[in-house]
Design a binder for this molecule. Sequence first.
Ligand code: ASP
Length: 588
Amino acid sequence: MAVRFSCGGVGIAQAGTVVDLRGWVNRRRDHGGLVFVDIRDRDGITQVVFDPALPEAFALGHTLRNEDVIAVAGAVRARPPGTENPKLATGAVEVAASELRVLSRSQTPPFPVNEEVDVDESLRMQYRYLDLRRPRLQRNLTIRHKLVKAMRDFFDERDFLEIETPNLIKSTPEGARDFLVPSRISPGSFYALPQSPQLLKQILMIGGIGRYMQIARCFRDEDSRADRSVEFTQLDVEMSFVEEDDVMAVMEECIVYVWQKALGHAIPQPIVRIEYADALRRFGSDKPDLRFELELRDVAPLFADTPIQFLHGHARSEGSRIVAVRYPGGASLSRRDFDALTETAKSFGAGGLIWISFAQDGWKSSIAKLLDDATVAALREAAGAQAGDALLLVAGPSAEASDVAGRLRLHVGDRLNLRDAAAYAFCWVVDFPLFERDPETGGLAPTHHPFTAPLPGQDALLDSDPLAMRAQHYDLVLNGTELGSGSIRIHDVDFQHRIFADVFKLPEAEIADRFGFFMEALRYGAPPHGGMAWGLDRLAALACGATSIRDVIAFPKNQNGRDLMMDAPSPVPAGALRELGLELKKSR
Ligand code: ASP
Protein backbone atom coordinates (compact mmCIF):
# COMPACT_ATOMS: atom_id res chain seq x y z
CA MET A 1 0.00 0.00 0.00
CA ALA A 2 1.31 3.38 -0.98
CA VAL A 3 1.43 5.93 1.84
CA ARG A 4 -0.04 9.39 1.27
CA PHE A 5 2.50 12.19 1.47
CA SER A 6 2.37 15.84 0.61
CA CYS A 7 4.45 16.98 -2.35
CA GLY A 8 6.76 18.83 0.02
CA GLY A 9 6.96 16.06 2.57
CA VAL A 10 9.17 13.36 1.09
CA GLY A 11 12.84 13.16 1.91
CA ILE A 12 15.68 10.75 2.28
CA ALA A 13 13.97 9.27 5.36
CA GLN A 14 11.32 7.85 3.02
CA ALA A 15 13.81 6.13 0.72
CA GLY A 16 12.35 2.75 -0.21
CA THR A 17 8.82 3.72 0.84
CA VAL A 18 6.13 3.60 -1.80
CA VAL A 19 4.35 6.95 -1.57
CA ASP A 20 1.13 8.27 -3.01
CA LEU A 21 1.35 11.92 -4.11
CA ARG A 22 -1.51 14.10 -5.35
CA GLY A 23 -1.10 17.46 -6.96
CA TRP A 24 -0.61 19.57 -10.06
CA VAL A 25 1.93 19.09 -12.82
CA ASN A 26 4.36 21.91 -12.26
CA ARG A 27 6.58 21.00 -15.21
CA ARG A 28 7.29 18.03 -17.45
CA ARG A 29 10.66 17.35 -19.08
CA ASP A 30 11.51 14.53 -21.43
CA HIS A 31 15.14 13.75 -20.96
CA GLY A 32 17.47 10.85 -21.74
CA GLY A 33 14.60 8.49 -22.59
CA LEU A 34 12.87 9.25 -19.25
CA VAL A 35 9.96 11.54 -18.45
CA PHE A 36 10.47 13.84 -15.44
CA VAL A 37 7.42 15.45 -13.87
CA ASP A 38 7.48 17.90 -10.96
CA ILE A 39 4.34 17.43 -8.93
CA ARG A 40 3.21 20.37 -6.79
CA ASP A 41 0.81 21.07 -3.94
CA ARG A 42 0.71 23.84 -1.31
CA ASP A 43 3.42 22.07 0.63
CA GLY A 44 6.03 21.87 -2.09
CA ILE A 45 7.32 20.08 -5.18
CA THR A 46 8.65 16.56 -5.74
CA GLN A 47 10.33 15.17 -8.83
CA VAL A 48 8.68 12.08 -10.29
CA VAL A 49 10.45 9.88 -12.87
CA PHE A 50 8.62 7.76 -15.45
CA ASP A 51 10.67 4.92 -16.89
CA PRO A 52 9.83 3.20 -20.21
CA ALA A 53 10.33 -0.08 -18.33
CA LEU A 54 6.78 0.55 -17.01
CA PRO A 55 5.16 1.31 -20.35
CA GLU A 56 1.66 2.15 -19.16
CA ALA A 57 2.64 4.85 -16.66
CA PHE A 58 5.38 6.06 -19.00
CA ALA A 59 2.97 6.52 -21.91
CA LEU A 60 0.46 8.40 -19.78
CA GLY A 61 3.25 10.44 -18.16
CA HIS A 62 4.25 11.51 -21.61
CA THR A 63 0.86 13.15 -22.16
CA LEU A 64 0.97 15.27 -19.01
CA ARG A 65 0.80 19.02 -19.38
CA ASN A 66 1.28 21.83 -16.88
CA GLU A 67 -1.54 22.14 -14.32
CA ASP A 68 -3.02 18.68 -14.99
CA VAL A 69 -4.05 17.11 -11.68
CA ILE A 70 -2.55 13.70 -11.01
CA ALA A 71 -2.16 10.91 -8.49
CA VAL A 72 1.20 9.16 -8.58
CA ALA A 73 2.43 6.16 -6.68
CA GLY A 74 6.04 5.07 -6.60
CA ALA A 75 9.06 4.33 -4.48
CA VAL A 76 11.15 7.16 -3.07
CA ARG A 77 14.84 6.90 -3.94
CA ALA A 78 17.91 9.08 -3.61
CA ARG A 79 18.60 11.10 -6.73
CA PRO A 80 21.69 9.99 -8.64
CA PRO A 81 24.76 11.82 -7.27
CA GLY A 82 25.22 15.20 -8.90
CA THR A 83 21.53 15.61 -9.79
CA GLU A 84 20.33 16.73 -6.35
CA ASN A 85 18.55 20.07 -6.23
CA PRO A 86 19.52 21.95 -3.07
CA LYS A 87 16.92 24.66 -3.81
CA LEU A 88 14.10 22.19 -3.26
CA ALA A 89 13.20 20.82 0.18
CA THR A 90 12.70 17.43 -1.47
CA GLY A 91 15.68 17.93 -3.77
CA ALA A 92 17.69 14.94 -2.47
CA VAL A 93 15.10 12.42 -3.64
CA GLU A 94 12.79 11.50 -6.49
CA VAL A 95 9.84 9.18 -6.85
CA ALA A 96 10.09 6.32 -9.36
CA ALA A 97 6.53 6.24 -10.66
CA SER A 98 4.87 2.85 -10.80
CA GLU A 99 1.31 4.09 -11.18
CA LEU A 100 -0.24 7.26 -12.55
CA ARG A 101 -3.82 8.44 -12.66
CA VAL A 102 -4.91 11.68 -14.29
CA LEU A 103 -7.60 13.18 -12.05
CA SER A 104 -8.23 16.29 -14.10
CA ARG A 105 -6.84 17.89 -17.23
CA SER A 106 -5.98 21.57 -17.52
CA GLN A 107 -6.21 23.89 -20.46
CA THR A 108 -3.11 25.92 -21.15
CA PRO A 109 -3.13 28.56 -18.42
CA PRO A 110 -3.22 32.21 -19.55
CA PHE A 111 -0.02 32.84 -17.60
CA PRO A 112 2.69 30.58 -16.22
CA VAL A 113 1.79 29.25 -12.80
CA ASN A 114 5.19 27.69 -12.18
CA GLU A 115 7.26 30.86 -12.48
CA GLU A 116 7.23 34.10 -10.51
CA VAL A 117 6.98 36.19 -13.65
CA ASP A 118 5.18 39.51 -13.53
CA VAL A 119 1.66 39.12 -14.84
CA ASP A 120 -0.87 41.85 -15.44
CA GLU A 121 -2.89 42.21 -12.26
CA SER A 122 -6.26 42.15 -14.01
CA LEU A 123 -5.41 38.81 -15.58
CA ARG A 124 -4.27 37.49 -12.21
CA MET A 125 -7.56 38.60 -10.66
CA GLN A 126 -9.67 37.13 -13.44
CA TYR A 127 -7.94 33.75 -13.07
CA ARG A 128 -7.50 34.06 -9.35
CA TYR A 129 -7.51 30.27 -8.81
CA LEU A 130 -4.37 30.04 -10.95
CA ASP A 131 -2.70 32.95 -9.17
CA LEU A 132 -3.59 31.29 -5.87
CA ARG A 133 -1.52 28.28 -6.90
CA ARG A 134 1.60 30.41 -7.19
CA PRO A 135 4.09 30.56 -4.32
CA ARG A 136 3.63 34.25 -3.62
CA LEU A 137 -0.06 34.12 -2.76
CA GLN A 138 0.34 30.78 -1.01
CA ARG A 139 3.02 32.29 1.18
CA ASN A 140 1.06 35.49 1.83
CA LEU A 141 -2.14 33.67 2.75
CA THR A 142 -0.16 31.39 5.03
CA ILE A 143 1.36 34.37 6.84
CA ARG A 144 -2.07 35.99 7.06
CA HIS A 145 -3.49 32.82 8.58
CA LYS A 146 -0.70 32.79 11.15
CA LEU A 147 -1.30 36.44 12.05
CA VAL A 148 -5.01 35.85 12.59
CA LYS A 149 -4.42 32.63 14.50
CA ALA A 150 -1.94 34.42 16.79
CA MET A 151 -4.46 37.23 17.38
CA ARG A 152 -7.20 34.79 18.28
CA ASP A 153 -4.89 32.86 20.62
CA PHE A 154 -3.68 36.08 22.23
CA PHE A 155 -7.13 37.38 23.04
CA ASP A 156 -8.45 33.98 24.02
CA GLU A 157 -5.65 33.65 26.58
CA ARG A 158 -6.73 37.00 28.03
CA ASP A 159 -10.37 36.16 28.42
CA PHE A 160 -11.75 38.09 25.46
CA LEU A 161 -14.83 36.69 23.76
CA GLU A 162 -14.90 36.51 19.98
CA ILE A 163 -18.36 37.69 19.03
CA GLU A 164 -19.84 38.03 15.56
CA THR A 165 -21.77 41.19 14.93
CA PRO A 166 -24.28 41.32 12.07
CA ASN A 167 -23.58 42.55 8.58
CA LEU A 168 -27.08 43.77 7.83
CA ILE A 169 -27.45 46.76 10.12
CA LYS A 170 -28.28 50.42 10.34
CA SER A 171 -25.68 52.87 9.14
CA THR A 172 -22.64 53.29 11.43
CA PRO A 173 -20.66 56.43 10.94
CA GLU A 174 -16.97 56.09 10.12
CA GLY A 175 -17.10 58.98 7.72
CA ALA A 176 -17.49 57.01 4.49
CA ARG A 177 -20.42 56.20 2.25
CA ASP A 178 -22.54 53.20 3.22
CA PHE A 179 -23.26 50.19 1.08
CA LEU A 180 -27.02 49.76 1.10
CA VAL A 181 -28.95 46.51 0.84
CA PRO A 182 -32.63 46.81 -0.09
CA SER A 183 -35.10 44.86 1.99
CA ARG A 184 -37.67 42.76 0.13
CA ILE A 185 -39.86 42.31 3.18
CA SER A 186 -39.94 46.04 3.95
CA PRO A 187 -40.03 47.60 0.49
CA GLY A 188 -38.42 51.02 0.41
CA SER A 189 -36.25 50.22 3.44
CA PHE A 190 -32.55 49.45 3.39
CA TYR A 191 -29.97 47.84 5.57
CA ALA A 192 -26.49 49.32 5.61
CA LEU A 193 -23.41 47.11 5.64
CA PRO A 194 -21.20 47.96 8.62
CA GLN A 195 -18.41 50.46 8.05
CA SER A 196 -17.15 48.96 11.30
CA PRO A 197 -18.83 47.25 14.25
CA GLN A 198 -18.28 50.43 16.30
CA LEU A 199 -21.71 50.92 17.85
CA LEU A 200 -22.33 47.21 18.22
CA LYS A 201 -19.11 46.66 20.12
CA GLN A 202 -19.90 49.60 22.37
CA ILE A 203 -23.31 48.08 23.00
CA LEU A 204 -21.61 44.76 23.80
CA MET A 205 -19.84 46.64 26.59
CA ILE A 206 -23.16 48.01 27.81
CA GLY A 207 -24.31 44.40 27.58
CA GLY A 208 -21.71 43.39 30.15
CA ILE A 209 -19.40 41.44 27.80
CA GLY A 210 -16.38 43.27 29.17
CA ARG A 211 -13.78 42.07 26.66
CA TYR A 212 -14.64 41.56 23.01
CA MET A 213 -12.69 40.83 19.86
CA GLN A 214 -13.66 39.98 16.33
CA ILE A 215 -12.04 39.50 12.97
CA ALA A 216 -14.68 41.71 11.39
CA ARG A 217 -15.55 42.39 7.78
CA CYS A 218 -16.21 46.07 7.08
CA PHE A 219 -17.58 47.84 4.04
CA ARG A 220 -16.97 51.41 2.93
CA ASP A 221 -18.14 52.67 -0.41
CA GLU A 222 -14.99 54.60 -1.27
CA ASP A 223 -12.65 54.63 -4.21
CA SER A 224 -10.05 51.93 -3.64
CA ARG A 225 -6.41 52.83 -3.22
CA ALA A 226 -3.34 50.67 -2.83
CA ASP A 227 -4.04 50.24 0.88
CA ARG A 228 -7.84 50.52 0.89
CA SER A 229 -10.62 48.43 -0.44
CA VAL A 230 -14.40 48.69 -0.45
CA GLU A 231 -14.49 45.51 1.60
CA PHE A 232 -11.84 44.87 4.20
CA THR A 233 -11.11 43.06 7.43
CA GLN A 234 -10.37 44.53 10.84
CA LEU A 235 -9.16 43.11 14.08
CA ASP A 236 -11.78 44.79 16.25
CA VAL A 237 -11.38 45.05 20.02
CA GLU A 238 -13.34 46.65 22.86
CA MET A 239 -12.84 46.57 26.64
CA SER A 240 -14.75 47.87 29.66
CA PHE A 241 -13.44 49.74 32.70
CA VAL A 242 -10.27 50.83 30.94
CA GLU A 243 -8.27 53.94 30.29
CA GLU A 244 -6.08 54.77 27.31
CA ASP A 245 -2.99 53.11 28.80
CA ASP A 246 -4.88 49.87 29.45
CA VAL A 247 -6.02 49.49 25.85
CA MET A 248 -2.66 50.52 24.47
CA ALA A 249 -0.88 48.05 26.76
CA VAL A 250 -3.03 45.14 25.57
CA MET A 251 -2.73 46.11 21.92
CA GLU A 252 1.02 46.59 22.21
CA GLU A 253 1.39 43.20 23.84
CA CYS A 254 -0.75 41.81 21.03
CA ILE A 255 1.37 43.16 18.19
CA VAL A 256 4.54 41.96 19.90
CA TYR A 257 3.00 38.50 20.39
CA VAL A 258 1.66 38.31 16.85
CA TRP A 259 4.92 39.44 15.22
CA GLN A 260 6.83 36.90 17.28
CA LYS A 261 4.46 34.02 16.57
CA ALA A 262 3.76 34.68 12.91
CA LEU A 263 7.05 36.17 11.74
CA GLY A 264 9.54 35.16 14.44
CA HIS A 265 10.40 38.82 14.81
CA ALA A 266 10.96 40.50 18.18
CA ILE A 267 9.58 44.04 18.30
CA PRO A 268 11.63 46.16 20.72
CA GLN A 269 9.54 47.52 23.57
CA PRO A 270 8.21 49.87 24.65
CA ILE A 271 6.89 51.06 21.31
CA VAL A 272 7.62 54.79 21.24
CA ARG A 273 4.78 57.24 21.76
CA ILE A 274 4.71 60.46 19.82
CA GLU A 275 2.24 63.24 20.39
CA TYR A 276 0.25 64.19 17.33
CA ALA A 277 1.55 67.76 17.29
CA ASP A 278 5.12 66.50 17.62
CA ALA A 279 4.63 64.00 14.81
CA LEU A 280 3.56 66.80 12.50
CA ARG A 281 6.39 69.05 13.63
CA ARG A 282 9.15 66.43 13.37
CA PHE A 283 7.92 64.26 10.52
CA GLY A 284 5.21 66.26 8.78
CA SER A 285 2.76 63.40 9.24
CA ASP A 286 0.54 61.82 11.85
CA LYS A 287 1.81 58.47 10.62
CA PRO A 288 5.56 58.95 10.71
CA ASP A 289 7.91 56.48 9.09
CA LEU A 290 10.53 55.94 11.78
CA ARG A 291 12.74 53.65 9.75
CA PHE A 292 14.96 56.64 9.13
CA GLU A 293 15.70 59.97 10.81
CA LEU A 294 15.92 63.08 8.65
CA GLU A 295 13.65 64.96 11.03
CA LEU A 296 12.19 68.22 9.79
CA ARG A 297 13.67 71.38 11.25
CA ASP A 298 11.89 74.69 11.76
CA VAL A 299 13.99 77.53 10.46
CA ALA A 300 11.47 80.37 10.50
CA PRO A 301 13.33 82.43 13.15
CA LEU A 302 16.29 82.77 10.77
CA PHE A 303 14.07 84.60 8.34
CA ALA A 304 12.43 86.94 10.84
CA ASP A 305 14.10 89.98 9.32
CA THR A 306 14.54 88.67 5.84
CA PRO A 307 13.89 91.00 2.92
CA ILE A 308 12.63 87.95 0.99
CA GLN A 309 9.02 88.83 0.56
CA PHE A 310 7.45 85.38 0.36
CA LEU A 311 9.38 84.08 3.38
CA HIS A 312 8.89 87.12 5.51
CA GLY A 313 5.17 86.61 5.96
CA HIS A 314 5.51 82.98 6.92
CA ALA A 315 8.46 83.67 9.21
CA ARG A 316 6.37 85.98 11.34
CA SER A 317 3.02 84.28 11.26
CA GLU A 318 1.94 82.03 14.13
CA GLY A 319 0.04 79.78 11.78
CA SER A 320 2.90 79.25 9.33
CA ARG A 321 6.07 77.21 9.15
CA ILE A 322 9.31 77.36 7.25
CA VAL A 323 10.64 73.82 7.28
CA ALA A 324 13.99 72.41 6.22
CA VAL A 325 14.30 68.86 4.95
CA ARG A 326 17.86 67.57 4.93
CA TYR A 327 19.01 65.70 1.84
CA PRO A 328 22.19 63.81 2.77
CA GLY A 329 24.65 63.93 -0.10
CA GLY A 330 22.30 66.27 -1.95
CA ALA A 331 25.09 68.68 -2.90
CA SER A 332 25.97 66.34 -5.75
CA LEU A 333 22.60 66.98 -7.40
CA SER A 334 22.55 69.06 -10.55
CA ARG A 335 20.35 72.09 -11.14
CA ARG A 336 18.17 69.85 -13.25
CA ASP A 337 17.81 67.41 -10.37
CA PHE A 338 16.73 70.29 -8.15
CA ASP A 339 14.26 71.42 -10.80
CA ALA A 340 12.81 67.93 -10.82
CA LEU A 341 12.64 67.98 -7.02
CA THR A 342 10.82 71.29 -7.22
CA GLU A 343 8.25 69.72 -9.54
CA THR A 344 7.90 66.84 -7.11
CA ALA A 345 7.32 69.29 -4.26
CA LYS A 346 4.68 71.05 -6.36
CA SER A 347 2.96 67.74 -7.03
CA PHE A 348 2.78 67.40 -3.22
CA GLY A 349 1.00 70.75 -3.06
CA ALA A 350 3.91 73.16 -2.54
CA GLY A 351 3.86 76.57 -4.17
CA GLY A 352 7.58 76.18 -4.77
CA LEU A 353 10.79 74.84 -3.29
CA ILE A 354 13.94 76.58 -2.12
CA TRP A 355 17.14 74.57 -2.15
CA ILE A 356 20.55 75.22 -0.72
CA SER A 357 23.47 72.86 -1.26
CA PHE A 358 26.74 72.71 0.62
CA ALA A 359 29.36 71.65 -1.92
CA GLN A 360 33.12 71.64 -1.38
CA ASP A 361 33.50 74.85 -3.33
CA GLY A 362 30.88 76.79 -1.36
CA TRP A 363 27.13 76.92 -1.12
CA LYS A 364 24.66 77.23 -3.95
CA SER A 365 20.98 78.00 -3.81
CA SER A 366 17.89 78.59 -5.87
CA ILE A 367 17.70 81.96 -4.11
CA ALA A 368 21.44 82.61 -3.91
CA LYS A 369 21.03 86.29 -4.71
CA LEU A 370 18.70 86.76 -1.76
CA LEU A 371 20.87 84.99 0.81
CA ASP A 372 24.05 85.97 2.60
CA ASP A 373 26.80 83.81 4.07
CA ALA A 374 25.71 84.40 7.64
CA THR A 375 22.12 83.29 7.02
CA VAL A 376 23.29 80.24 5.11
CA ALA A 377 25.69 79.28 7.88
CA ALA A 378 22.94 79.69 10.46
CA LEU A 379 20.57 77.60 8.33
CA ARG A 380 23.11 74.87 7.96
CA GLU A 381 23.65 74.80 11.70
CA ALA A 382 19.94 74.86 12.51
CA ALA A 383 19.13 72.07 10.07
CA GLY A 384 22.13 69.93 11.00
CA ALA A 385 23.43 69.81 7.44
CA GLN A 386 26.91 68.41 6.78
CA ALA A 387 29.31 69.23 3.96
CA GLY A 388 27.94 67.55 0.85
CA ASP A 389 24.30 67.79 1.98
CA ALA A 390 21.50 69.88 0.58
CA LEU A 391 18.51 71.46 2.31
CA LEU A 392 15.05 71.67 0.85
CA LEU A 393 12.99 74.52 2.28
CA VAL A 394 9.23 74.66 2.27
CA ALA A 395 7.20 77.62 3.53
CA GLY A 396 3.48 78.00 4.02
CA PRO A 397 0.56 77.69 6.39
CA SER A 398 1.54 75.08 8.99
CA ALA A 399 -0.69 72.24 7.87
CA GLU A 400 0.32 72.50 4.23
CA ALA A 401 4.02 73.13 4.89
CA SER A 402 4.15 70.14 7.26
CA ASP A 403 2.44 67.92 4.76
CA VAL A 404 4.69 68.88 1.86
CA ALA A 405 7.84 68.66 3.98
CA GLY A 406 6.71 65.29 5.32
CA ARG A 407 6.23 63.95 1.81
CA LEU A 408 9.57 65.36 0.70
CA ARG A 409 11.17 63.62 3.65
CA LEU A 410 9.71 60.30 2.48
CA HIS A 411 10.75 61.06 -1.07
CA VAL A 412 14.34 61.70 0.01
CA GLY A 413 14.14 58.52 2.13
CA ASP A 414 13.05 56.56 -0.93
CA ARG A 415 15.74 58.03 -3.14
CA LEU A 416 18.42 57.17 -0.62
CA ASN A 417 16.96 53.70 0.07
CA LEU A 418 16.46 54.53 3.72
CA ARG A 419 13.04 52.87 3.88
CA ASP A 420 14.29 49.34 4.44
CA ALA A 421 11.59 46.91 3.34
CA ALA A 422 12.76 44.35 5.86
CA ALA A 423 12.60 46.71 8.88
CA TYR A 424 9.60 47.20 11.14
CA ALA A 425 9.38 50.56 12.89
CA PHE A 426 6.29 50.83 15.07
CA CYS A 427 5.09 53.87 16.95
CA TRP A 428 2.04 55.11 18.80
CA VAL A 429 0.63 58.49 17.93
CA VAL A 430 -1.35 60.01 20.79
CA ASP A 431 -3.05 63.23 21.86
CA PHE A 432 -4.93 63.83 18.66
CA PRO A 433 -7.21 66.82 18.44
CA LEU A 434 -10.80 65.77 19.19
CA PHE A 435 -12.18 67.76 16.28
CA GLU A 436 -10.92 69.16 13.03
CA ARG A 437 -12.39 71.57 10.58
CA ASP A 438 -14.18 69.94 7.69
CA PRO A 439 -12.73 71.69 4.63
CA GLU A 440 -15.94 71.16 2.68
CA THR A 441 -18.57 72.31 5.16
CA GLY A 442 -16.41 74.60 7.28
CA GLY A 443 -18.00 72.97 10.33
CA LEU A 444 -16.38 70.74 12.94
CA ALA A 445 -15.81 67.06 12.22
CA PRO A 446 -14.50 64.33 14.52
CA THR A 447 -10.83 63.51 14.00
CA HIS A 448 -11.62 59.88 14.82
CA HIS A 449 -15.35 59.32 15.20
CA PRO A 450 -18.07 61.04 17.20
CA PHE A 451 -17.91 58.52 20.07
CA THR A 452 -14.36 59.41 21.08
CA ALA A 453 -13.93 60.96 24.53
CA PRO A 454 -11.81 64.06 25.17
CA LEU A 455 -8.87 63.96 27.56
CA PRO A 456 -10.11 64.09 31.16
CA GLY A 457 -10.89 67.58 32.43
CA GLN A 458 -11.50 69.13 29.03
CA ASP A 459 -15.29 68.98 28.84
CA ALA A 460 -15.64 72.69 29.50
CA LEU A 461 -13.78 73.52 26.28
CA LEU A 462 -16.67 72.08 24.32
CA ASP A 463 -18.41 75.43 24.38
CA SER A 464 -15.47 77.79 24.49
CA ASP A 465 -12.81 76.29 22.22
CA PRO A 466 -13.65 72.85 20.84
CA LEU A 467 -10.73 72.87 18.39
CA ALA A 468 -8.35 73.07 21.35
CA MET A 469 -9.70 69.82 22.80
CA ARG A 470 -7.48 66.76 22.77
CA ALA A 471 -8.87 63.27 22.44
CA GLN A 472 -8.26 59.99 24.21
CA HIS A 473 -7.40 58.68 20.77
CA TYR A 474 -4.36 56.62 19.81
CA ASP A 475 -3.11 55.29 16.50
CA LEU A 476 -0.68 52.45 15.92
CA VAL A 477 1.65 53.20 13.02
CA LEU A 478 4.05 50.88 11.22
CA ASN A 479 6.61 52.12 8.67
CA GLY A 480 4.57 55.22 7.88
CA THR A 481 1.28 53.37 7.54
CA GLU A 482 -1.56 53.67 10.03
CA LEU A 483 -2.39 50.16 11.21
CA GLY A 484 -5.38 51.30 13.17
CA SER A 485 -7.05 53.73 15.51
CA GLY A 486 -8.70 53.45 18.84
CA SER A 487 -10.10 55.57 21.58
CA ILE A 488 -11.77 55.75 24.93
CA ARG A 489 -15.43 56.31 24.24
CA ILE A 490 -17.95 58.71 25.66
CA HIS A 491 -20.17 56.76 28.04
CA ASP A 492 -22.20 59.70 29.32
CA VAL A 493 -25.37 60.09 27.30
CA ASP A 494 -25.69 63.82 27.91
CA PHE A 495 -22.17 64.50 26.74
CA GLN A 496 -22.69 62.30 23.70
CA HIS A 497 -25.81 64.29 22.95
CA ARG A 498 -23.92 67.57 23.20
CA ILE A 499 -21.39 66.30 20.69
CA PHE A 500 -24.11 65.50 18.19
CA ALA A 501 -26.27 68.55 18.82
CA ASP A 502 -23.90 71.36 19.83
CA VAL A 503 -20.75 70.44 17.96
CA PHE A 504 -21.96 68.67 14.83
CA LYS A 505 -25.23 70.60 14.78
CA LEU A 506 -27.33 67.53 14.00
CA PRO A 507 -31.06 68.18 14.28
CA GLU A 508 -32.83 66.29 17.09
CA ALA A 509 -34.82 64.24 14.59
CA GLU A 510 -31.66 63.05 12.90
CA ILE A 511 -29.98 62.17 16.20
CA ALA A 512 -33.04 60.17 17.17
CA ASP A 513 -33.30 58.47 13.81
CA ARG A 514 -29.64 57.55 13.39
CA PHE A 515 -28.47 57.08 16.95
CA GLY A 516 -31.64 56.71 19.00
CA PHE A 517 -31.04 53.02 19.76
CA PHE A 518 -27.52 53.78 20.88
CA MET A 519 -28.43 56.79 23.01
CA GLU A 520 -31.12 54.68 24.62
CA ALA A 521 -28.56 51.98 25.45
CA LEU A 522 -26.28 54.61 27.04
CA ARG A 523 -29.09 55.39 29.50
CA TYR A 524 -28.99 51.93 31.07
CA GLY A 525 -25.70 51.84 32.91
CA ALA A 526 -22.93 52.18 30.34
CA PRO A 527 -19.51 51.25 31.74
CA PRO A 528 -16.48 53.35 30.83
CA HIS A 529 -15.01 51.60 27.80
CA GLY A 530 -12.60 51.89 24.92
CA GLY A 531 -11.01 49.87 22.19
CA MET A 532 -9.24 49.80 18.92
CA ALA A 533 -9.36 48.32 15.43
CA TRP A 534 -6.48 47.34 13.15
CA GLY A 535 -6.72 47.02 9.40
CA LEU A 536 -5.89 43.38 8.98
CA ASP A 537 -5.27 43.56 5.25
CA ARG A 538 -2.78 46.37 5.68
CA LEU A 539 -1.13 44.66 8.59
CA ALA A 540 -0.81 41.44 6.59
CA ALA A 541 0.54 43.32 3.58
CA LEU A 542 3.24 44.93 5.72
CA ALA A 543 4.04 41.61 7.37
CA CYS A 544 4.39 39.95 3.94
CA GLY A 545 6.30 42.83 2.36
CA ALA A 546 3.50 43.11 -0.21
CA THR A 547 2.98 46.46 -1.89
CA SER A 548 -0.78 46.04 -2.18
CA ILE A 549 -3.41 44.64 0.15
CA ARG A 550 -4.73 42.80 -2.91
CA ASP A 551 -1.76 40.48 -2.53
CA VAL A 552 -2.92 39.31 0.89
CA ILE A 553 -6.60 38.89 0.05
CA ALA A 554 -7.71 35.65 -1.59
CA PHE A 555 -10.40 37.26 -3.74
CA PRO A 556 -9.73 40.99 -3.91
CA LYS A 557 -11.62 43.63 -5.79
CA ASN A 558 -9.83 45.89 -8.20
CA GLN A 559 -9.44 49.64 -7.83
CA ASN A 560 -12.93 50.19 -9.17
CA GLY A 561 -14.44 47.83 -6.63
CA ARG A 562 -14.95 45.06 -9.20
CA ASP A 563 -14.46 41.36 -8.72
CA LEU A 564 -12.99 40.45 -12.11
CA MET A 565 -13.36 36.71 -11.62
CA MET A 566 -17.07 36.72 -10.78
CA ASP A 567 -17.71 39.90 -12.72
CA ALA A 568 -19.39 41.67 -9.84
CA PRO A 569 -21.15 43.99 -9.46
CA SER A 570 -23.43 43.15 -12.37
CA PRO A 571 -26.99 43.94 -13.46
CA VAL A 572 -29.81 41.82 -12.03
CA PRO A 573 -32.94 40.55 -13.79
CA ALA A 574 -35.86 42.97 -13.82
CA GLY A 575 -37.89 40.53 -11.72
CA ALA A 576 -35.41 40.73 -8.87
CA LEU A 577 -35.74 44.50 -8.81
CA ARG A 578 -39.52 44.30 -8.94
CA GLU A 579 -39.54 42.03 -5.90
CA LEU A 580 -37.55 44.67 -4.04
CA GLY A 581 -39.91 47.41 -5.13
CA LEU A 582 -37.06 49.05 -7.03
CA GLU A 583 -36.96 50.52 -10.49
CA LEU A 584 -33.88 51.73 -12.34
CA LYS A 585 -33.83 55.10 -14.00
CA LYS A 586 -33.08 54.85 -17.69
CA SER A 587 -29.34 55.36 -18.06
CA ARG A 588 -28.60 58.76 -19.46
N1 ASP B 1 -14.20 51.77 14.69
C1 ASP B 1 -12.93 52.42 14.54
C2 ASP B 1 -12.45 52.32 13.10
O1 ASP B 1 -12.95 51.51 12.34
C3 ASP B 1 -11.87 51.86 15.41
C4 ASP B 1 -12.18 52.00 16.86
O2 ASP B 1 -12.41 53.11 17.34
O3 ASP B 1 -12.13 50.97 17.55
O4 ASP B 1 -11.53 53.03 12.71
